[in-house]
Structure formats: structure tokens, C-alpha cells
Ligand binder design. Structure first.
Ligand code: SF4
Length: 484
């Protein structure tokens, strides 16, 4: 498996901290996340947002937390030798010092002799064409070195840092298959992990696009031949201005799904107003996009929803659920609910209970209301539901939700599910767990055949409201599993 996969910079977008001087190009306002993906499937560069029409921060899918199998990566440099090839101005000299201090802290050694280097990092300059040409030519030479080193010993790793990494990330990723890492200043702190991942040939198997209202994402820096306005779900309103043109969330999902059939995709946390048919159809079309949706309701009562300024009624929400289930019949649905919102009566709360019962959520996040300053509710309403009433309502919500989630999980007993192994079970060293497509935890007996990050077909043998137990049927690939 070693060396088969290369480190690439792509996938998720997040707001960038400018770490260096204003001389850095303004076109690099957006961060990237590094990932490892199969060589021939790397076309996600288009998701890197560049330019002045940057989406607002709350519209940008943010960096996902590391999955457990990446958290456990040993980032030690194990005394591997790094050679820095520095171009450009004083800023690159300063950045080289920063990078070196990061790598040194992870037991890398520095070398002045390129022939003995295990890692060659080019600190690039893109001030003019000539400066960039110098780097392209240098790469030809380095790729030759890498080839000669072969796979006999530790493979030579090549990294592109600095201004060219920011300006030309897409081109470098697409064109330079022998480059292992492309990282701008925002990613320098991750370099030990990125180099370790590349060295160990680890693949990312699952990504979760994270962001508040993630499904309202629109990359307005992307041209669109047929500019289309944002289509809200019928019955849903928003106070935000309608956006036109650009790359929409449905297209983003589709592009990510096409990166690799083995990459499992989730997203959270969406707003129910942004589930147009196009998004649902893309989810239905790709087996590697999980049929597991978070559709936060917050309350089941239309008056409470209005006081919360949610922009929809109970009826509109139920209509959405029914439309989602028509397109995705086996979808697993999760939600958020709050009880005891300002002025919530017993009757209004009962609507929440009946909604939970009617929809039947696989997962629910349930909270008693707690007023926060600087919110509309703080300015307009009183937090007047007594604490003990809130706790009583919370307990009733939990009971209703658990009753249904237990039934849903038990209905899966006897079915075959694909799980992605995540970690050792906390309760028993003889067990390991993964998550099925519906994002429910499935515990299975440990086996020497399976490792964290493997896809495993399991038969569900037991279930409760919290999760399921399974029997391993065999290791598989996501694509294979859904073909059968
Ligand atoms: S390295 Fe080159 S492109 Fe980057 S800031 Fe310095 S002069 Fe400008």
C-alpha cells in the first residue's frame, strides 16, 4: 500500500488566517485541507475558492475534525532528513525557519546536502513568470532524484510550500504527480502529519463537510454558464439575500462523490430550507454519499418556530421529510430539538413530542432552552419556562426519541450493513466499532483481519436505541458492497 497514494491539498474549505505579510497574494484568502486520495481521481481542486467573492464564513464548509484513524498517526519524523530549497524574499526565509521549528519538534533533522535528504521542501516564489519557471525546472530535477531513489529505501518526499503553493495549487496538484505535499502558510503546522500520512500511504476514507447551514454553500467565485438563483424548499423562508450563480452545494457534493468511489461523504449541519431536489437527487445517485441527513427541527409547533424565527411551519417541515423519504426511502434522519423556549406552553410542547413520534428520528440532539445574550429572543422575549418544567419536557423528549430509535435500529436486525471501522470499543478490548451508512454505531467482535479504516460488511444481530451489534461477514470495498 505504501507510496501508492499521494498527499494532495484539497477537499474542505475554511476561512484563512493570514499568517504572513500583506505581500502574499490576495488570491489566497481560502484555506485548504490536505488529504490523501488515489492518484487518478484527483479533481477536487475546483473546490478551492479563490478570489474576491469569498462566501461568508458561515457558508463555508469547515475543516472536519480528524477521524480517529488519522488522529492515531505517528507524526514523528524518526530523524528523517529535510532539505530546504528556498527562493524569493526574506519572508520565505522567515517561513522556512517556522517550518523548520515545527519539523524539528517532531524529530526531523536538517541537512545541507540534498543527496542525503528524505524530504525536500521547496519554499517557492511566484513574483513573476521567471521565478515560477525556475521552480518548474527544479521539479524536473527533483522528480528524477525521486525516481532514482525508488522504493528500495524510504521514498523521497517532495513538498511545495510558499507563494506558488498558494497561487498555483490546482495546477501543481493536477500536473505534478510526484509532488507529495502542497501546503500554504496556513497548513505549515500540519506538515508533520501530512508528511507522515504520505509516508505511510494512509487514505482518507470518509469526509464530513462541516459548516453552519452547510447546504446553503455557494462558491460565487465560480462562473456558472446558467446562473440559477437559490431555490428554497417550498414553505421555507430566509432573511438572507438570494444568491445567484456560482458553484452550488449539489454540484460540490457531486464533485466530491466523483473523487473516489471509496470515499464516504457526510455533511452537517444543514438548514432544512436548503434541501432542493437537486441536492436530494445527487445524494440518491451516489452510493458513497451517505443516506443520512441531519434536518434540525428545533420545535414541532408553528408558533414556537415563528418565535424562534426558523422560517418554516410544522407542516412545511413534515412536507420536507416526506419529500426526502420519497427520494431516499431508507434515509436515516437526525435532528435537534429545544424544549422550554420562551413562552412555550404545554400544548406547544406536545406538538414537539408528536413531531418526534411522527418523523421517527434515528438520532436526536435534545436540549432544554438556555437564553443567550445578543439574540433576538433575548431582546424580544422572556426566558419564562421554569427550569424544572424544562427538565421534565427534556426527559419526555428523550423517552419519545429513544422509543422510536430503538424500533428503527431493531428493524435492521438481520440486514447486511456496510460499516467503516473507526476504533477500538471503549467497553471491551475484544470489540471494535464502525458506523453504518445511517451513521449509527455498530459494534463487532475484533478480528486480526480488520483494521481501523476498513470497510466491513456486517450482519446486524442486536440493537437498542443507542446502537447495534453486528457479525462480520467480510472485508469489502464500498463500491463492491453496493454493486451486490
Ligand atoms: S516569495 Fe516571492 S512572491 Fe512570495 S512574497 Fe516574496 S517576493 Fe513575493
Amino acid at each position: 500500500m505504501k507510496s501508492v497514494f499521494r498527499l494532495r491539498n484539497l477537499l474542505l474549505l475554511r476561512k484563512k488566517n493570514f499568517l504572513t505579510s500583506a505581500r502574499r497574494t490576495l488570491s489566497s484568502l481560502v484555506n485548504k485541507r490536505e488529504s490523501l486520495l488515489p492518484d487518478d481521481k484527483l479533481t477536487l481542486q475546483d473546490f478551492l475558492v479563490v478570489g474576491k467573492n469569498l462566501p461568508k464564513p458561515n457558508e463555508i464548509p469547515q475543516e472536519e475534525p480528524l477521524p480517529p484513524y488519522l488522529k492515531n498517526i505517528d507524526v514523528s519524523g524518526e530523524n528523517r532528513k529535510v532539505y530546504f530549497d528556498v527562493y524569493g524574499c526574506q519572508m520565505n526565509v522567515n517561513d522556512t525557519e517556522i517550518v523548520w521549528s515545527i519539523l524539528k519538534s517532531q524529530k526531523y533533522q536538517k541537512t545541507e546536502n540534498i543527496d542525503e535528504a528524505d524530504v525536500i521542501l521547496l519554499m517557492t516564489c511566484s513574483i513573476r513568470e521567471g521565478a515560477e519557471n525556475k521552480i518548474w525546472n527544479r521539479l524536473v530535477h527533483l522528480k528524477g532524484m525521486k525516481k532514482r531513489r525508488g522504493k528500495k529505501s524510504d521514498p523521497l518526499q517532495i513538498g511545495i510550500l510558499g507563494c506558488m503553493a498558494e497561487r498555483l495549487k490546482t495546477k501543481i496538484i493536477e500536473q505534478e504527480k510526484d509532488v507529495d505535499v502542497v501546503a500554504g502558510p496556513d497548513s505549515y503546522k500540519d506538515l508533520p502529519r501530512l508528511l507522515a500520512l504520505g509516508k505511510n500511504g494512509v487514505r482518507i476514507k470518509e469526509v464530513t463537510l462541516l459548516g453552519q447551514n452547510v447546504n446553503s454553500f455557494r462558491d460565487l467565485s465560480k462562473e456558472n454558464q446558467e446562473p440559477e438563483a437559490t431555490q428554497l424548499v417550498p414553505g421555507f423562508k430566509t432573511v438572507y439575500k438570494t444568491k445567484v450563480g456560482g458553484l452550488r452545494f449539489a454540484e460540490l457534493l457531486e464533485r466530491i462523490a466523483n473523487v473516489s468511489p471509496e470515499l464516504r461523504i457526510r455533511f452537517t449541519s444543514p438548514h432544512p430550507k436548503d434541501f432542493p431536489s437537486a441536492v436530494l437527487e445527487v445524494i440518491a445517485k451516489y452510493p458513497n454519499i451517505c443516506k443520512s441527513l441531519h434536518i434540525p427541527a428545533q420545535s414541532g409547533n408553528s408558533s414556537v418556530l415563528e418565535r424562534m424565527r426558523r422560517g418554516y411551519t410544522r407542516e412545511a417541515y413534515l412536507e420536507l421529510i416526506s419529500r426526502v423519504r420519497k427520494v431516499l426511502p431508507n434515509v436515516s434522519i437526525s435532528s435537534d430539538f429545544i424544549c422550554g423556549f420562551c413562552g412555550e406552553t404545554e400544548e406547544e410542547f406536545n406538538d414537539t413530542l408528536t413531531l418526534i413520534d411522527e418523523v421517527k428520528y434515528n438520532v436526536a440532539y435534545l436540549f432544554p432552552y438556555s437564553m443567550r445574550e445578543k439574540t433576538t429572543a433575548f431582546r424580544k422575549f422572556q426566558d419564562d419556562v421554569p427550569h424544572d418544567v424544562k427538565i421534565d419536557r427534556l426527559n419526555r423528549m428523550i423517552e419519545m426519541y429513544r422509543r422510536n430509535s430503538q424500533l428503527l435500529n431493531q428493524q435492521l436486525i438481520g440486514t447486511t450493513q456496510l460499516i467503516l471501522i473507526e476504533n477500538q470499543s471503549k467497553r471491551s478490548k475484544d470489540e471494535i466499532y464502525g458506523r453504518c451508512d445511517g451513521n449509527i454505531k455498530v459494534i463487532i467482535p475484533k478480528s486480526n483481519e480488520i483494521n481501523v479504516g476498513d470497510y466491513v460488511a456486517v450482519e446486524i444481530v442486536d440493537a437498542n436505541s443507542q446502537g447495534m451489534k453486528g457479525k462480520m461477514l467480510g472485508k469489502t470495498l464500498l463500491k463492491e458492497f453496493y454493486l451486490n
